[in-house]
Design a protein around this ligand. Structure first.
Ligand SMILES: *Cc1c(COP(=O)(O)O)cnc(C)c1O
Length: 370
């Protein structure tokens, strides 16, 4: 991929990404590995990550929406792609034409699909989605068997999978997660699901990190694969390391006198004469405004503080006594020399989850792959 020169970027280390895939692969054994690449692969870049995952031997991809699946198919990804989100009537033709698998979570949706594909005389590959306690989408376990029989009877469906989603698996030993696993296990052990091979899948990152019995036939860990195992994750998964960094280059440097206000609203006033440098990235890129006067970035491996309110396209730092020149590289997330800005610190300052930070880096930042 080529980009016009831009002074700020997201860097993705594909070698580390492939190492993470290896770590998970050896942990899950012979189970299938489904990588969820929704929301621009958690900010890492949908198609480059989809292609790299396929080459690294991932078995399945999953996305939230039809459009994400189409982009992957147009990028020539050939492995199965499961669209997780509930489908809409006007998407059914494209789901079929782009060879995407999708979720069936009600008889209503099943009948819509059947009415569209009967004339095509084509079987569609679907996964039956069961709600074991997330209250988002999915049929209740009590109706899953009758819906499955209905799907088989219409003759339009090849039910290749049955799955559910864990609501609280980011915590170890969570009673609700254990209940969900138990409900799912009891359901999929029903003889009706043993007559032909059906992929049973439940575990997200929290599942594989904390609950071995949630792994079934396929796992869907995404956050962990991008290098963020939970601190409480089983030991081998602590090998997972982040592969994404956010970097920029100093665009302007000046000396500011004592008692001077900096940026919108003058939310910062200099306590003495300081060296101020400007960084050309802002909340329009996903470097959030709530980091104003709170975050630090790395300059020559040292942490230096953000001063003043973060603007849409730029913000300022107090460069202290460090040498600083226009063009010097700075790191907003990730490592520089012996310094590191962790995703969790970043998210804590923004009072949100690290997931939201990752998928918040906008398209304006080019993705550079190492
Ligand atoms: C997003 C998602 C995942 C991946 O979750 P992680 O916590 O990133 O592992 C798995 N399954 C479903 C249904 C999802 O929506």
């Amino acid at each position: 991929m080529t980009h016009f020169p831009h002074p700020s970027w997201v860097e993705v280390n594909l070698e580390q990404f492939r190492k993470n895939i290896e770590v998970i692969r050896s942990y899950i054994g012979t189970r299938l590995f489904c990588l969820v690449v929704k929301a621009n692969a958690y900010g890492h870049g949908l198609c480059p990550i989809g292609i790299a995952a396929e080459l690294a031997g991932v078995d399945y991809l999953a996305v939230a929406h039809l459009q994400e699946g189409i982009l992957l198919r147009q990028a020539k990804v050939r492995i199965p792609i499961l669209v997780l989100g509930a489908i809409h009537e006007d998407q059914i033709d494209d789901l079929i034409n782009f060879n995407l698998e999708f979720s069936i979570s009600s008889q209503f949706k099943a009948d819509l699909v059947a009415s569209k594909c009967r004339p095509k005389r084509q079987k569609v590959r679907v996964h039956l989605e069961v709600d074991t306690g997330m209250q988002r989408t999915g049929v209740r376990p009590q109706t899953a068997i009758s819906l499955f029989s209905h799907l088989e009877a219409t003759g339009c469906f090849d039910v290749v999978g049955i799955y559910s989603h864990l609501a609280t698996a980011d915590l170890p030993n969570d009673p609700f997660a254990m209940t969900q696993i138990e409900i799912f296990k009891n359901l999929v052990e029903n003889p009706i699901f043993q007559k032909k091979p059906i992929i049973k899948h439940l575990a997200n990152s929290g599942g594989i990190c904390h609950y071995n019995d949630s792994m079934f036939d396929m796992v869907r860990p995404s956050f962990a694969t991008f290098g963020y195992p939970f601190k409480t994750a089983h030991l081998p998964l602590q090998e997972l390391k982040p592969c994404l960094s956010v970097k920029s280059k100093i665009s302007y440097v000046k000396i500011v006198d004592e008692g001077v206000g900096i940026s919108y609203g003058h939310s910062y006033k200099t306590k003495h004469r300081i060296k101020v440098a400007t960084i050309p990235i802002g909340y329009g890129d996903g470097y959030r405004r709530s980091l104003s006067n709170k975050a630090s970035i790395l300059l020559h491996g040292e942490k230096v503080p953000v001063v003043g309110t973060i603007c849409m396209d730029q913000f300022m730092i107090n460069a202290h006594n460090l040498p600083v020149h226009v063009g010097d590289e700075v790191v907003l997330l990730g490592k520089q020399h012996s310094g590191e800005i962790l995703l969790q610190e970043f998210a804590d300052l923004c009072e949100t989850s690290p997931y939201e930070i990752l998928c918040g880096f906008s398209d304006r930042l080019p993705r550079i792959y190492l």
